[in-house]
Design a binder for this molecule. Structure first.
Ligand code: PBG
Length: 337
C-alpha cells in the first residue's frame, strides 16, 4: 500500500502476474513453422563440418536427404539451398551456376522425390560459382580496377533461376542486389511456363561485416574489393523502402531484410508499408556472436537465441532464415513462445 495520496489506478504489472496471463496477451509468437534453415550442399559422398559455423555442415546429396527428414520431424518445413563449389568449377562467367547437373539442381530433384512436402528455396547469385567471388559478372580494366556489370549479370542470374525452376524449386531467392532482376527473372520464368514458382527478393541486403563466417563456409569471399556497389549502405533506411517499392512493382512474392537484428528498424518500417510477406535473414555473424558468447559461458544460449528470433518476429518478419532453425525447433518444443 502506498500512502493515500499516491493511489495507482493503472498498474501494468497486473497483466504480467502469471504465465497464463502473459500467454494470453503475448503479441508475438515464434514456432518452427516460421523458420527456414539455410543449408550448404557439396559434391562427393561425405558430410563435412563447417569450422566457421559451428553446428552446421556441408552436406553431400545423401546426407542432405537424411537431414531434410530430420528437419521435417522437427516441424521445419522450408530449407534454403546454397552450393559449395570446388575451385576448379569456378569461372569468370560462372557457367556452373546454370549447369542442370550441378549440385543444386541435382539436390532439388532428389529432395523433391524423397521429402516432397519440404519447401525448397534456392539462392540465386553468382558468388560461389564466380572465380571473382562477386555476386555478379566482373569486368576487369587496367590499373587493377573492376566493375560489377548489372545487365550482363541479370542475364546469367536468369539462366540460374530457370535451371532451379526446371529442377523443381518452390521459391527462388535472388540475393545478388542487381537492379531490375526481379522483374526480368519473373518475365523469363513466366515465359518458360514456371508461373507457379515464387520469388523471394533480397530487397534490402546490406553490405554487412556479418557475412564473414558464411563466406568462409562457401569459400566465396570476393577476391578483390567489396560488395558496396551493389549491397546497401548500412546507414540507409529510406533506400530500403525504395527497393521495396521496386520489388513490389516488379512482381516479387515476398521481400527480405538482411541481416536481421542490426536492422530491426528497417524491418519495422517495411512492415507498415507493404502487404507482402517479409523474411529476415539472421545471418552467419549474428549466429556466431551468440554461439561464441554461449561457448564462453557469458550468455544462456537458449534464452538469448530465442529472444533474438522473437525480436525479429516482433519487428515484423513473417519468416526467419536462421542457422539456429533445428536447435530452436527443439527448444520450442520445451517452451511455448
Ligand atoms: C551471397 C550471399 C551471402 C549470404 C547469403 N547469400 C554473402 C554475401 O553477400 O557476401 C550471407 C549469409 C550469411 O552470412 O549467413 N549471395
Amino acid at each position: 500500500m502506498l500512502p493515500g495520496m499516491y493511489h495507482l489506478p493503472v498498474r501494468p504489472r497486473r497483466n504480467r502476474k502469471s504465465e497464463g496471463i502473459r500467454g494470453l496477451i503475448r503479441e508475438t509468437s515464434l514456432s518452427a513453422s516460421h523458420l527456414v534453415y539455410p543449408v550448404f550442399v557439396q559434391e562427393g559422398d561425405e558430410d563435412t563440418p563447417i569450422d566457421s559455423l559451428p553446428g552446421c555442415m556441408r552436406w553431400c546429396l545423401h546426407g542432405m536427404i537424411d537431414e531434410a527428414r530430420r528437419l521435417e520431424d522437427l516441424g521445419i518445413r522450408a530449407i534454403d539451398l546454397f552450393a559449395v563449389v570446388p575451385e576448379g568449377k569456378k569461372s569468370s562467367a560462372a557457367e556452373e551456376a546454370w549447369n542442370p547437373e550441378g549440385i543444386v539442381p541435382r539436390t532439388i530433384r532428389a529432395l523433391k522425390e524423397a521429402v516432397p512436402e519440404m519447401v525448397i528455396m534456392t539462392d540465386v547469385a553468382l558468388d560461389p560459382f564466380n572465380s571473382d567471388g562477386h555476386d555478379g559478372i566482373v569486368r576487369h580494366s587496367s590499373h587493377g580496377k573492376c566493375e560489377i556489370l548489372n545487365d550482363e549479370s541479370v542475364e546469367v542470374l536468369c539462366r540460374q533461376a530457370l535451371c532451379h525452376a526446371e529442377a523443381g524449386a518452390d521459391i527462388i531467392s535472388p540475393s545478388d542486389m542487381m537492379d531490375g532482376r526481379i522483374g526480368i527473372i519473373r518475365g523469363q520464368l513466366d515465359a518458360a511456363g514456371f508461373d507457379r514458382v515464387s520469388l523471394l527478393s533480397y530487397t534490402a541486403k546490406y553490405a554487412s561485416a556479418l557475412y564473414g563466417p558464411f563466406r568462409g563456409a562457401l569459400e566465396s569471399a570476393p577476391k578483390f574489393g567489396d560488395k558496396k556497389t551493389y549491397q546497401m549502405d548500412p546507414g540507409n533506411a529510406r533506400e530500403a523502402l525504395r527497393e521495396a517499392e521496386l520489388d513490389v512493382a516488379e512482381g516479387a512474392d515476398m521481400l527480405m531484410v538482411k541481416p536481421a537484428t542490426f536492422y530491426l528498424d528497417v524491418l519495422a518500417a517495411m512492415r507498415v508499408r507493404t502487404h507482402l510477406p517479409i523474411a529476415a535473414y539472421h545471418v552467419s555473424g549474428e549466429y556466431l556472436m551468440l554461439k561464441a558468447a554461449a561457448a564462453s559461458g557469458w550468455l544462456d544460449e537458449k534464452s538469448a537465441a530465442l529472444e533474438a528470433l522473437l525480436s525479429i518476429r516482433r519487428a515484423g518478419a513473417d519468416m526467419i532464415l536462421t542457422y539456429y532453425a533445428p536447435e530452436a525447433a527443439r527448444w520450442l518444443r520445451e517452451e511455448e513462445i
